[in-house]
Design a protein. Structure first.
Length: 190
């Protein structure tokens, strides 16, 4: 009888140990998926910040500071430049670059669209997983302004979101603030 009890105890303990190993493996896989998911999101945000800062740095090339910005709204920015971003050259005719959110949501959230003369740019035309976009403009003394002729820098506030890798997980939301200066206006003494 004691042999049967020993065998039953070994089976129960073995089952518990096996269940613990399966649970550990499941939790380890879920933690790895979450870490990869977070890393991809942070890499995406880093690239978006780099690209946006590079685009805004082109504002006003060849223009007087008060003619640089076409409109400075809380939801979009449009500015003039002689730099042709698409061909990466200083052109002889002016270009208009715009940054705004796409009105059409997609499976990847709303897309941040950057256009040159109304055409989305090839290498960064869409930045996905954006939930909100807001611009705050400042004059040369750092005061908030809505007058497009006095704009010298902007804070871009972006909220990125991404659905979790597994159903039932928590949505990842990250806020990003980018300070972009219109350097060409400062170099012209504005």
């Amino acid at each position: 009888m004691s042999v049967i009890l020993d065998v039953m105890a070994a089976v129960v303990l073995g089952s518990i140990l096996l269940l613990m190993m399966i649970t550990f493996q499941y939790n380890l896989r879920e933690a790895t998926d979450r870490a990869l998911y977070t890393k991809q999101m942070l890499d995406h945000m880093d690239l978006a910040a780099y690209k946006l800062n590079g685009v805004v740095a082109l504002a006003g090339i060849g223009f007087e500071p008060n003619e640089m910005v076409v409109h400075a709204r809380p939801d979009s920015l449009v500015f003039n430049t002689y730099w042709d971003y698409q061909n990466n050259i200083l052109g002889t005719h002016s270009n208009t670059l715009s940054i705004s959110l796409s009105p059409m949501p997609s499976p990847y959230g709303k897309a941040l669209v950057i256009r040159q003369n109304g055409v989305p740019l090839n290498d960064l035309g869409h930045i996905f997983w954006v939930d909100r976009l807001r611009f705050v403009y400042h004059d040369r003394d750092g005061r908030v302004t809505t007058d497009r002729t006095k704009v010298r820098d902007t804070n871009i506030y972006l909220t990125f979101f991404r659905d979790p890798p597994r159903a039932g997980g928590q949505t990842l939301r990250n806020n990003l603030e980018i300070k972009c200066f219109f350097m060409n206006a400062f170099m012209r003494g504005a």
